[in-house]
Design a protein around this ligand. Structure first.
Ligand code: AMP
Length: 451
């Protein structure tokens, strides 16, 4: 299967036969760049802080070297004690890591447990008592079990903190500090973060002596496979524009990001009023509700998922054609995480961002982080009056596109009629801005080449 010594193959990364067999069985053919960089460093026993985005294959990058180093042959079968601890900020992410790790853990004869707030504590304690090798947990619940002496961290050989910057955003750093403080110096510690922020570096330096820093994805980089568009819009028309875009572009699976939980509920309600099947993902929903919403979206039962940044960070939702930013996030790097949900694994993706005049300053800041301007699409029925011809970012005037009036014979594309009542979307809702904008882009690039 693999060519020895070549880092572009799993075999070349010096993974053992058992792990290679599972990789093959699971259909993983070649290591991702994150795996190529991280696996050899971690297999050598080095502690590291690494930047890696969701969708980059980071879970296997930190999991496989730890499992391999745990050496199942040296394991007394009757005495399973935790040697690998993986901490994740959200229950959903912990669950995701648990599922990805399961086939590898089983193959090596290890046992693993998932500990998460909202889970059944007694059941968790019973599993810990029976003996486990791998613990995947949210930090608060992990600490509860440690303090109750259900887990002895002194024997821990490997600690992984995933999505470290999000741990800070969610106020979990004191739990991390305590857990780090309990570990021996010799244990391998790996901190993975979408962005290596100064506070992540501070945490790493405080607890890791020989630290290797591995920057994998330069922050601020959005994949070239993502076509981005910016829609100037009057604030009160955002929901209508959102519904209109989904129907007129015939978008099948849409992840809509909003800043606040209250807004997530409001936007979902507005979309439901137009007969869309919508799930909601935010921190105040019960764990079961969040799981249900995520599953229903993954399985196509919900066409739209409305999520806050924190609730959706780190989740692997594959095959997304389009991400819509209902607003500009507070934390600018969240914009990159949002948009990174589409255009993965070499596929084309689309990111649409709705911006009202109130957000113009945030938009300017965002452009600085991105280092490039997003193409504006002016829809006269939705755009504020003052930007109808030139756009927010003073790009050259674009050809005006008239959005069809709801009652026009040519095609009633808006799911709203004039009285604001819902109506069923129809197949005639085919106003292909995306195609038009792609064509213009191609024409522009041809024009540039000619020059
Ligand atoms: P992660 O960044 O760990 O959340 O992984 C994102 C997705 O990539 C998961 O669905 C993995 O199953 C998948 N994945 C991880 N490594 C590879 C690989 N080497 N080849 C193809 N898919 C992969």
């Amino acid at each position: 299967m693999e060519e020895k010594g070549n880092k572009r193959s799993f075999g070349g990364l010096k993974l053992n036969t058992a792990l290679l067999q599972v990789l093959e069985r699971q259909g993983y053919e070649t290591p991702t760049p994150v795996q190529q960089r991280l696996i050899p460093v971690l297999l050598a026993g080095t502690s590291a802080v690494a930047s890696a985005q969701t969708g980059s294959g980071k879970t296997l990058a930190f999991l496989l070297p730890a499992l391999q180093q745990m050496n199942p042959d040296a394991l007394p079968v009757t005495n399973h004690y935790p040697r690998l601890f993986i901490l994740s900020p959200t229950k959903e992410l912990a669950q995701q890591i648990f599922e990805v790790s399961m086939p590898f853990v089983r193959k090596l004869g290890f046992r693993s447990v998932l500990l998460q707030g909202g889970g059944k504590r007694n059941e968790e304690s019973r599993k810990l008592e029976q003996g486990v090798d791998v613990v995947i947990a949210t930090p608060q619940r992990a600490l509860e079990h440690i303090e109750a002496r259900h887990i002895d961290v002194k024997g821990l050989k490997h600690l992984v903190v995933d999505e470290a910057d999000m741990m800070f955003d969610m106020g979990f750093v004191s739990y991390l500090e305590k857990i780090f403080g309990m570990m021996t110096e010799r244990s391998q510690k790996v901190i993975v973060s979408a962005t290596i922020t100064p506070r992540v570096v501070k945490l790493a330096k405080a607890h890791i002596k020989a630290l290797r820093r591995i920057e994998l994805d330069p922050p601020g980089k959005i994949a070239d496979s993502v076509t981005q568009m910016l829609y100037p819009v009057v604030k009160s028309k955002k929901s209508a524009l959102l519904a209109w875009l989904i129907s007129s572009e015939n978008l099948k699976r849409v992840l809509v990001f909003v800043r606040k939980k209250e807004l997530a509920d409001g936007v979902a309600e507005a979309l439901r009023a137009w007969d869309y099947k919508v799930g909601i993902l935010h921190g105040e929903r019960m764990h079961q509700e969040r799981r249900k919403a995520l599953r229903a979206f993954r399985e196509g039962e919900y066409q739209i998922l409305v999520a806050t940044d924190i609730a959706a960070r780190g989740l692997d939702i594959s095959d997304l054609d389009v991400v819509i930013n209902y607003d500009i996030p507070h934390v600018k790097h969240d914009f990159i995480h949002r948009v990174g949900r589409t255009g993965r694994a070499g596929k084309e993706g689309i990111a649409m961002t709705l911006v009202s005049p109130e957000e113009i300053e945030q938009l300017k800041d965002l452009q600085k982080v991105l280092g490039s301007k997003i193409k504006e699409v002016i829809l006269p029925d939705y755009a504020p009056k003052d930007v109808k011809s030139r756009g927010y970012l003073m790009q050259p005037p674009q050809r005006r596109r008239r959005t069809p009036k709801p009652d026009s014979k040519k095609g009633a594309s808006s799911p709203l009629n004039k009285k604001g009542k819902k109506r069923k979307t129809t197949k005639r809702d085919g106003f292909k801005i995306l195609d038009a904008s792609r064509k213009t882009e191609k024409q522009n690039s041809r024009g540039k080449k000619r020059k």
